[in-house]
Design a protein around this ligand. Structure first.
Ligand SMILES: Nc1ncnc2c1ncn2[C@@H]1O[C@H](COP(=O)(O)OP(=O)(O)OP(=O)(O)O)[C@@H](O)[C@H]1O
Ligand SMILES: [Mg+2]
Length: 366
């Protein structure tokens, strides 16, 4: 493998890094960063990649960035859809404008309209002050509509109108406001199936899907695993105590053998947890806690006992939440549930006094 042409900056070699980097197999970061500081001092800028599959994604994103077309970014949960959306924005002519992100799955349905479109004072009970919506806040910049397939159909129609007319009406507002916003949407669901099922509007789908980017799952870009592991060690090293931290060859092999259902987010959590829980300079496979779930982690067929289905479902949901460190998006994706359905189940369990892992955090580190 030879060095990639463009776009991308070569990461400076980290003297404390553990890896024997295969010759001519550089780690790259997205090209937008004007400075060439190390990942440790600038941890959140740009996608890191080494695998040819990801190189192709970055090249496509780079070409897309210069246009003003709407973009649909697809990929499993945790593959880096938001990272790529930010990359597109920063490489676009709109880079000096705002980048505004709205997670359509995280905001309750009844609040999402006002979150997107804003409202005038007194537009409805509770609207004590005027509020600028995210569409307007992204003026002259980019609006990321995360998990777009979670948006309900009524709101989809309103969004389509705003995109087509290039104007936004605040709830309770009298005059439309001109909009100059680029839309990037993401989904980790089969959106064509949602169109067929009529839960997602076909006309909005065509509007958003002018160009699309598919981010392959981490298991299909093996060269990214050590590159990203190295990056996350640099990112979390400071909070994990003094001294160099490195992965042993056996640990690297364990990382490569894992199939990463939670993709880059799972790898990030794994490295973060290993750094927090072990003080050894060399991280061995045992500290990584990757591999098949333990016998107590989730009910398997081996110890299957006939129980009411709703209790089996509850245990599976709780076990999956534990495994993802409480990450709702990732858990829903692993279980093939919509985030809304997962949230409703969690609400039910909480009302029944069930101990539900809190959202976010590092799995296993609590
Ligand atoms: N190529 C990459 N380089 C560096 N960090 C990455 C990369 N890809 C993903 N990450 C990190 O992994 C985590 C998940 O990435 P991101 O939020 O972009 O994924 P996503 O596909 O939007 O996930 P979800 O479907 O759950 O919303 C973030 O902490 C992000 O910084
Ligand atoms: Mg996301």
């Amino acid at each position: 493998m030879t060095a990639y042409s463009a776009p991308g900056l070569l990461l400076p070699d980290d003297p404390e890094s553990s890896f024997t980097r295969p010759a001519g197999y550089p780690v790259r970061i997205g090209a937008f960063a004007p400075s060439r500081r190390s990942p440790a001092s600038e941890p959140d800028k740009g996608p890191r990649y080494r695998d040819p599959a990801m190189h192709a994604v970055i090249q496509r994103a780079h070409r897309i960035a210069i246009s003003d077309a709407s973009v649909l970014i697809r990929g499993e949960s945790g593959t880096g859809k938001e990272v790529i959306a930010r990359y597109i924005h920063r490489n676009s002519p709109r880079s000096s404008g705002p980048f505004v992100a709205v997670n359509c799955a995280a905001i309750p349905e009844q609040l999402l309209e006002s979150e997107l479109f804003g409202h005038e004072r007194g537009a409805f009970s509770g609207a004590i002050t005027q509020r600028i919506g995210k569409l307007e806040a992204a003026q002259n910049g980019t609006l990321l509509l995360d998990e777009i397939s979670e948006m309900d159909r009524k709101l989809q129609a309103k969004l389509l109108r705003a995109i087509q007319e290039r104007e936004v009406d605040r709830i309770g507002g009298r005059t439309a406001i001109q909009l100059n916003v680029r839309i990037i949407a993401t989904t980790n669901r089969d959106i064509e199936l949602e169109v067929k099922r009529q839960t997602f509007r076909e006309d909005l789908y065509f509007r958003l899907n002018v160009v699309s980017v598919h981010i392959p799952p981490l298991r299909q870009r093996p060269a990214d695993i050590p590159a990203l592991a190295e990056y996350f060690i640099a990112k979390y090293r400071n909070e994990a105590g003094p001294g160099p931290r490195r992965l042993s060859q056996a640990a690297l092999l364990a990382l490569s053998a894992h199939d990463w259902p939670g993709n880059v987010r799972e790898l990030e959590n794994t490295i973060h947890r290993a750094l927090v829980l072990t003080t050894d300079a060399t991280i061995e496979p045992g500290a990584l806690e990757v591999g098949p779930p333990s016998a107590t982690d989730a009910p398997g067929l081996g110890e299957f006992v006939c129980r009411p289905l709703h209790l089996i479902e509850r245990d599976a949901i709780i076990a999956a939440l534990r495994r993802t460190g409480g990450n709702r998006t990732h858990t829903a994706s692993m279980l093939g549930l919509s985030i809304r359905a997962l949230r409703n189940k969690i609400g039910l369990y909480l009302s029944q006094g069930v101990d539900v892992p809190p959202s976010g955090g590092v799995p296993g580190a609590q």
